[in-house]
Design a protein around this ligand. Structure first.
Ligand code: URA
Length: 269
């Protein structure tokens, strides 16, 4: 029992954890990271046996070290279809998010669509259901799509991260670095004409730009990768979750949506 559990009844303890953002269980027992390290058992030294000890065979490397695993970028690049890309993600090692997330949240919508929307990462609802943008932010995204004649039938939706970060925390640079090659391959395989980046995290990662979303939104960027048949155009806008917190910004988001609608019209989509 830890200090919190000692003073609060069980239900209140759970509520306290939830409000503090602790909504994942990663072990059976809490770890006291302040406890002094246990004293090491003294190493047995065979002083009394002057005979030469039998040679110790070299330690066997763990199975994962015996067969070198392809690194994330080549795992992603080798995927020739969306199913293969999904399988490559399921086979990916070294991503701790996999251990806390319920499931992989790959994509939703029409993979033949001309426009692809990219968010940040699944939240609790997406993690439970297995589809991107199905919670409150997703409902707003559906309204935003509908306002310019789009829906999940003619748009494709995914996220920068395909596993939920615990407690919905912001993705770390390491997580983005590991999963960005998969998103880039995802874009190549869907091959849309336009990409819409929802929020600063996705916009900065995909466009490889340091500016915040307020600077990046509302303009078209050329986007090209070696595996794309031709460069495409990308537009960044505010994330729907941000718009739920800052409704005054919906005005700017509406301008971005109109830019997108005009571009779709120009392309005859
Ligand atoms: N926020 C995101 O960025 N993606 C989702 O799928 C849901 C919420």
């Amino acid at each position: 029992m830890n200090a919190i559990e000692a003073v609060l009844p069980p239900f209140e303890t759970l509520r306290w954890y939830l409000e503090a953002g602790v909504d994942e269980c990663v072990g059976e027992e809490a770890v006291n990271r302040f406890a002094p390290a246990p004293a090491l058992a003294p190493t047995a030294v065979a002083l009394e046996t002057p005979t030469r000890p039998a040679p110790v065979p070299p330690a066997k490397p763990p199975p994962s070290a015996q067969t070198p695993r392809p690194a994330a970028p080549s795992l992603a690049a080798n995927a020739k279809s969306l199913d293969e890309l999904k399988a490559a993600l399921l086979a990916l090692e070294g991503c701790a998010l996999k251990t806390t997330a319920t499931q992989l949240v790959f994509a939703d919508g029409n993979p033949e669509a001309k426009v692809m929307f990219i968010g940040e990462a699944p939240g609790a609802d997406e993690d439970r259901i297995g589809r991107p943008f199905v919670g409150q932010a997703g409902k707003l995204l559906d309204k935003m799509l509908g306002s310019i004649g789009l829906s999940r039938d003619n748009a494709y939706i995914t996220n920068l991260l395909v596993w939920r970060p615990p407690g919905n925390r912001t993705p770390t640079p390491q997580e983005v670095g590991l999963l960005l090659p998969f998103l880039e391959r995802h874009i190549e395989l869907v091959d849309p004409q336009l990409v819409v980046l929802l929020g600063g995290t996705a916009a900065q990662a995909v466009l490889a730009r340091p500016e915040g979303i307020t600077k990046l939104r509302g303009k078209w960027f050329d986007y090209a990768t070696p595996g794309l048949v031709r460069p495409l155009q990308a537009l960044a806008t505010f994330h729907p979750a941000y718009l739920l917190r800052q409704p005054a910004q919906k005005r700017e988001a509406w301008r971005d949506l109109l830019m997108l609608r005009r571009k779709l019209d120009e392309l005859g989509v």
